[in-house]
Design a binder for this molecule. Sequence first.
Ligand code: NAD
Length: 474
Amino acid sequence: METKSYDLYIGGEWVKTDSYIPVYHKYTGECIAQIAKAEQHHVSDAVEKASKTFKQDSLTPFQRYKILLKASELMEARRDEMELSLIREVGKTRKDAMNELDRTINTLRLSAEEAKKIHGEMIPLQATEGSENRLGFTIRVPKGVIGAITPFNYPLLLSTHKIAPAIAAGNTLVVKPATVTPIATFLLLEVLEEAGLPKGYINIVTGAGSQVGEWLLDEERIAMYTFTGSGEVGRHIKERSGMRPVALELGNNSPNIVHLDADLGLAARQTAARSFHNAGQACIAVQRIYVHESVFQEFSELYIAEVKQLKVGNPEDPDTDVGPMISEKEAIRTEEWVNEAISEGATALLPVKREGALFYPAVLVDTKPEMKVVCREVFAPVVTIIPYNDLDDAFAQANNSEYGLQAGIFTRDLNIAMKAARVLEYGGVVINDVSTYRNDVMPYGGVKNSGLGKEGPRYAVEEMTEERMVVINL
Ligand code: NAD
């Protein structure tokens, strides 16, 4: 397999460094690429180039629209190659990689549209006595240099959710992708520049978060940080960014409620499919399923029958449903959490099995709220099914979490559905589908420790622009 080398990308130039970090195929363990390890002066240079480009910004909103739209078309034309790259660098199954590609292309298109919609509003100053001859309106101006830091699990889609709205809004960026899955961001760069994005708009620095990420946080010239990743790093970024705005998309532990009146077949199919995609490494993956006790047995049997159909193994095989986790270390951590729960009284409905980085779908019952698999973000193919007899108690258990990104409920009762929408303390509530449903046009973001701010191109553009008041003395 060809081993490609990715240098840093600063001011439109490829910059070599003294050392390089290998990137592995997450299933075979082969080295598939290497990325440059940036030093602090590289980060500083990248910010300098992004700043300079921002000051000379020459792109009109229509040009930004055309570039982003063209990039979506170029990505569509290269989708086979991009899917294969995701399969190899993330260990994503072909189905998951196709889904990530579809969503990325749509996110580029949505961002293109947003470039044409940036506008302010008239402010009725004349309605105030003494201001009769004042004309007031707002305009939205780009913030400047955006520092974007992305996680390993959806490397193409999540860098697009930051880069495309930033470009639509007229900003420039310094991007630091996850060290274990950096290639996708370079592929995105390629299509954007081929689509006409001038050099200097996107600068990419690679290396460990604890170094390169920290150096980015040292940079006062960065106007805003947009981060997706763990709560721990997100909190740290918020502390380090002072008065500057941050957008944080952090961890989660999604609850899904299956009420006694639910379509159990639908609930079992959807929860089973979306508990284990991306090997459970999705921030809105189904983790806790609360099922009314009167249908608990029936649901569990339907659910297990669905899970048994899932094929675990080589992600390059088109039939595979569950591929490897990001590393063997993560799979071992998952195995430990599951075994700890079992030693404390939980029951596994399927054999607990790990082969290297492959962790087979684990379904637990008889869990307790304080077990790690229930109360922490598991970020692995592990689900617990928990019975309830009172719906308010199910809502309370669903809310008993430090996180609040998205939740799901299956019910045929409109009043219950609307009550769930009101009382579940989550950024999004999905009715008659799983917490995992995300359409990239949606405002997407969590409450509590799941983050700050919303993504989705329209909302990200809003966060990446400043509302400026203009007053004219007529
Ligand atoms: P992570 O926090 O370990 O890393 C994310 C990024 O931060 C990486 O690029 C990493 O190099 C960088 N980083 C690490 N330390 C840093 C530091 N001190 N300063 C600056 N940057 C630093 O997260 P991960 O393991 O890549 O991703 C998994 C996490 O991401 C999970 O918690 C998951 O829930 C979360 N996530 C959230 C969403 C969402 O939309 N809410 C989406 C995907 C993933």
